[in-house]
Design a protein around this ligand. Structure first.
Ligand SMILES: [Zn+2]
Length: 73
């Protein structure tokens, strides 16, 4: 099952806001602004550009706060 969540991402360079779809299991690490065509990467500590620049955290973060990358026994 895959869900797509829409959010708005704001370009930190020119302030352009774009409605984008977030795939639920892929971290998007590169975002190209359609307005100024500048390419962005996530801020340090963020897993993807949505966490850095969008209104919402990415779906993988929303699913569970304790589902970080560490395996828990
Ligand atoms: Zn821009």
């Amino acid at each position: 099952m895959s869900t797509v969540i829409e959010t708005k991402i704001t370009c930190p360079n020119c302030g352009n806001i774009e409605q984008v779809e977030m795939p639920d299991y892929v971290c998007i690490r590169i975002y190209k602004c359609p307005s100024c065509e500048k390419v962005f990467h996530p801020k340090e500590g963020d897993c993807c550009v949505f966490c850095s620049y969008a209104e919402d955290d990415c779906p993988s973060k929303q699913v569970g706060e304790d589902s970080d990358n560490q395996l828990k026994i």
